[in-house]
Design a protein around this ligand. Structure first.
Ligand SMILES: C[S@@+](CC[C@H](N)C(=O)[O-])C[C@H]1O[C@@H](n2cnc3c(N)ncnc32)[C@H](O)[C@@H]1O
Length: 274
């Protein structure tokens, strides 16, 4: 007698398990009626799985109440980016967050980011990653710190529940020096906001010769995967706009639309060759 086939009904995708049972029935049966039933049941299983995913997505998109927001903002703090979650604000004063976003949106971005890809390096609480996705982009935020990544996940969840739709946002936990930039594709904009001067600081110490070298190597790689790189500098020796002008120029990128913010400067480096 032929050995029975055992299927793992506890598998992570029961639909796939059921479909493989039905596929075996379909292929092993000579009976046309049984073949038809197996085919119909496969279509049904796929439809049921799709409905289940829709149901799960919709139930995670119900609007958050104030107590839930307060609890999360408190538990996930302290925050660096100032974000207003429907009246619950993360911090009183900050160098980053909503105000900075208004400046970026007004001065550097088109009206919408439909079909565009954004890479937000050192994304922190993910405010810019999420806002660019709200404008239509497929956005990726990179962050090294677990605590900030948790904030970023909350930011995404909050805006998804507020807007009632899933946003095209991915967060990657990694040291941005460890990314293989030759294999991550191209981006319409790369955001390097208050981040380039952090590169290499954990390995070599901030502003050391090796850290600066690593920073320059990363900038070279970024210029190969995007024609527009938005930088926010810290205006200290070796990390001011003159320094970045010099290292971006090596790849034929020139500064445009410079906004002096006192201790920081915003500048969009644009590839002159395209
Ligand atoms: C000064 S904050 C700027 C955050 C954000 N870009 C903004 O302008 O609001 C720097 C952020 O980059 C992250 N970071 C620092 N070094 C990093 C690295 N090597 N790789 C990935 N993230 C890093 C920090 O954890 C922090 O969230």
């Amino acid at each position: 007698m032929e050995k029975p086939i055992f299927y793992d009904m506890n598998a992570s995708s029961p639909r796939r398990t059921i479909c493989s049972v039905l596929r075996d029935i379909y292929h092993n049966s000579e009976d046309k009626q049984i073949k038809d039933w197996a085919e119909e049941a496969t279509i049904m299983a796929k439809k049921m799985q799709k409905k289940l995913v829709e149901y799960k997505t919709n139930s995670s998109l119900t609007k958050m109440d104030r107590d839930t927001i307060l609890k999360h903002v408190e538990e996930l703090g302290p925050w660096y980016q100032k974000i207003n979650f429907d009246g619950v604000t993360t911090v009183e004063h900050s160098k980053s967050g909503e105000k900075l976003w208004e400046v970026i949106k007004k001065n550097y971005l088109p009206e919408n980011l439909n079909n565009m890809k954004i890479l937000d390096l050192g994304c922190n609480a993910g405010y810019f990653t999420v806002q660019t996705a709200i404008m239509g982009a497929e956005s990726t935020g990179v962050e090294i710190d677990d605590k900030f990544l948790e904030q970023a996940k909350f930011t995404k969840k909050f805006f998804e529940s507020k807007l009632g739709k899933v946003l095209n946002v991915t967060f990657m936990k990694t040291d941005l020096s460890d990314i293989d930039y030759s294999s991550i594709g191209k981006f319409d904009y790369i955001f390097c906001l208050a981040i380039l001067y952090h590169i290499g600081r954990f390995k070599h110490g901030i502003y050391t010769e090796n850290a600066m070298k690593e920073q320059e190597e990363i900038v070279d790689k970024l210029t190969k995967i995007s024609d527009k790189i938005l930088v926010r500098t810290r205006n200290l020796a070796n990390n001011d706009i003159n320094y970045y002008n010099k290292i971006f120029k090596r790849s034929n990128f020139l500064p445009t639309n410079i906004i002096d913010q006192g201790r920081r400067t915003l500048v969009l480096y644009v590839n002159q060759q395209r």
